[in-house]
Design a protein around this ligand. Structure first.
Ligand code: FAD
Ligand code: NAD
Length: 466
């Protein structure tokens, strides 16, 4: 029986990063993955494939909508969905192979198979080809999450689908009905709306991306409506029925009136839930919380001292970079170090176009906490860079402490906001004031100038270009 210092269960961005950091710190490490490819949800059916399709569909949309204005004349572009999906799959394969390379480079043993606890120090791995039993001084559970299923809309994986199937469709839907106006609904809704599908988003709350700053919801709704997406907010879905190729979604609007949507595909994107099936957590004595997540303390240690859990399977934002930070933290805790994660500074991004990105507190959170704050904003359309590229939608919003000027939150809907948000993270990590950013030089012409201008606005309403 092979003995390890650390066994990691799950090879997503939480697990594989944890394994690499453990190996870097000199620990004999194994990673256990039930699928044949490494990388977890993020690389196989999440972040990477969705971004590949978002990019492809954005190219098509631009070719169709903006090339003529740019002075580029082409015959009407056509979508080859098979090729688009095949390119996405190639990107996925290359990225997953990259993780295998990193495992080899760091001398991490990869054990293919379903990992389960025999006891707190022993794990069984049942693979397609063989079975192993190993012991580990420490185990890191990084088993991730799965799409939440609605009781009245069981996934048939053909017409009533989750994000996984939506990344693999064989045809462009005529009418894609999406339940849930969160990140997945809006990203994958954008893909198919750009490719020509009619897209209807049915959302339970009164706004899309309801956990983000309200200004972002409003601006993103406007942008996506221009793309043709239809929104039905404050709608409670009660039934989804499939008949052949047709899907009917029944909901009740806020006045209590029953509404029906007829489409050919229904994407259910109402969140994800922690995945612990098959782990035999009871054998190790692991405690789960009321939402089925593994209960952990601030060091991500479970109620069993030598077992840690990270990523989507524990509380907090279900984000790849959050999982990775936690992987690093746990490896360093096991090595006796004293690492720290500032959860307030984990950025969130929605990869629509324009992109939405945010870090820190929303205006709603500051109001609720009774914090005195001031705001600064700047519209993207006032940037020379934006006009040059015909990407003029969006705004940058900064929230700063009313008395100290410290930046408390930054929210942006802008071209390349996913990359721009890094400036906000750095600034807030060093507890910058809005004036600090306002006084820094930002290259011209760039989208980042909107951050400086919003900071000037927050400092004392002295934006230069509006
Ligand atoms: P996972 O990536 O889910 O990995 C868990 C792994 O554990 C899986 O490979 C699973 O097979 C394996 N496993 C589970 N149980 C066992 C077992 N008992 N034995 C062996 N193996 C097991 N996040 C972002 O930050 N940015 C994005 O752009 C983004 N886009 C997304 C798009 C989509 C469509 C989806 C669905 C998610 C997206 N996410 C994104 C979320 C992101 O994918 C997750 O937050 C992230 O993958 C969580 O990482 P993890 O390591 O905790 O778990
Ligand atoms: P989500 O939590 O982002 O959004 C779910 C939405 O569905 C919410 O707006 C919610 O109000 C709505 N909803 C819930 N129940 C409903 C119902 N019965 N009827 C109608 N609407 C309902 O969840 P998601 O979009 O499924 O994404 C899951 C997770 O994956 C998220 O936590 C997200 O962080 C992660 N993810 C991240 C990215 C990214 O970082 N770009 C991309 C995709 C997914």
């Amino acid at each position: 029986m092979t003995q390890y210092d650390v066994a990691v269960i799950g090879s997503g961005p939480g697990g594989y990063v944890a394994a690499i950091r453990c190996a870097q710190l000199g620990m004999k490490t194994a990673i256990i993955e039930k699928y044949n490819t490494l990388g977890g949800t993020c690389l196989n059916v999440g972040c990477i494939p969705s971004k590949a399709l978002l990019d492809s569909s954005e190219h098509f949309h631009n070719a169709y909508k903006t090339f003529a204005e740019h002075g580029i004349e082409i015959n009407a572009p056509k979508v080859n969905l098979g090729q688009m999906i095949a390119r996405k799959q190639k990107v996925v394969s290359q990225t997953c192979d990259g993780i295998q390379f990193l495992m080899n480079k760091n001398k991490i043993d990869v054990l293919q198979g379903m990992g389960s606890f025999v006891d707190a120090n022993t794990l069984k791995v049942v693979g397609e080809k063989d079975e192993h039993t190993i012991t580990a001084k420490h185990t890191i559970v990084a088993t991730g999450s799965k799409p939440t299923e609605l009781p009245f809309a069981k996934f048939d994986k053909e017409r009533i689908i989750s994000s996984t199937e939506a990344l693999e469709l064989k045809e462009i839907p005529k009418h894609l009905i999406i339940i849930g106006g969160g990140v997945i609904g809006l990203e994958l809704g954008s893909v198919y709306a750009r490719l020509g599908a009619q897209v209807s988003v049915v959302e339970f709350m009164d706004r899309i991306i309801p956990t983000m700053d309200g200004t972002m919801s409003k601006e993103l709704t406007k942008s996506l409506k221009k793309l043709g997406v239809k929104f039905f907010m404050s709608h409670k879905v009660s039934d989804v029925t499939r008949k052949g190729e047709a899907v009917t979604v029944t909901a009740t609007d806020k006045k209590g009136k029953e509404v029906q949507f007829e489409g050919d595909y229904c994407l259910v994107a109402v969140g994800r839930k922690a995945y612990t099936a098959g782990l035999n957590a009871e054998a190790a004595g692991l405690k789960l919380d009321d939402r089925g997540r593994i209960d952990v303390n601030e060091k991500l240690q479970t109620n069993v001292a030598n077992i840690y859990a990270i990523g989507d399977v524990v509380k907090g934002a279900m984000l790849a970079h959050k999982a990775s930070e936690e992987g690093t933290l746990v490896a360093e805790v096991i090595a006796g170090q004293k690492p720290h994660i500032n959860y307030n500074l984990i950025p969130g991004v929605v990869y629509t176009w324009p992109e939405v990105a945010a870090v820190g507190k929303t205006e709603e959170q500051l109001k609720e906490a009774g914090v005195a704050y001031k705001t600064g904003a700047f519209p993207i359309k006032a940037l020379g860079r934006a006009r040059a590229s015909m990407d003029i939608e969006g705004t940058v919003k900064i929230l700063a402490d009313a008395s100290t000027d410290e930046i408390l939150g930054m929210h942006m809907i802008a071209p390349r906001a996913a990359d721009l948000i890094a400036e906000a993270v750095v600034a807030m990590e060093y507890r910058a004031s809005a004036e600090d950013i306002a006084r820094m030089s930002h290259a011209h012409p760039t989208y980042a100038e909107a951050i400086k201008e919003a900071a000037l606005d927050a400092t004392d309403k002295r934006s230069l270009h509006v």
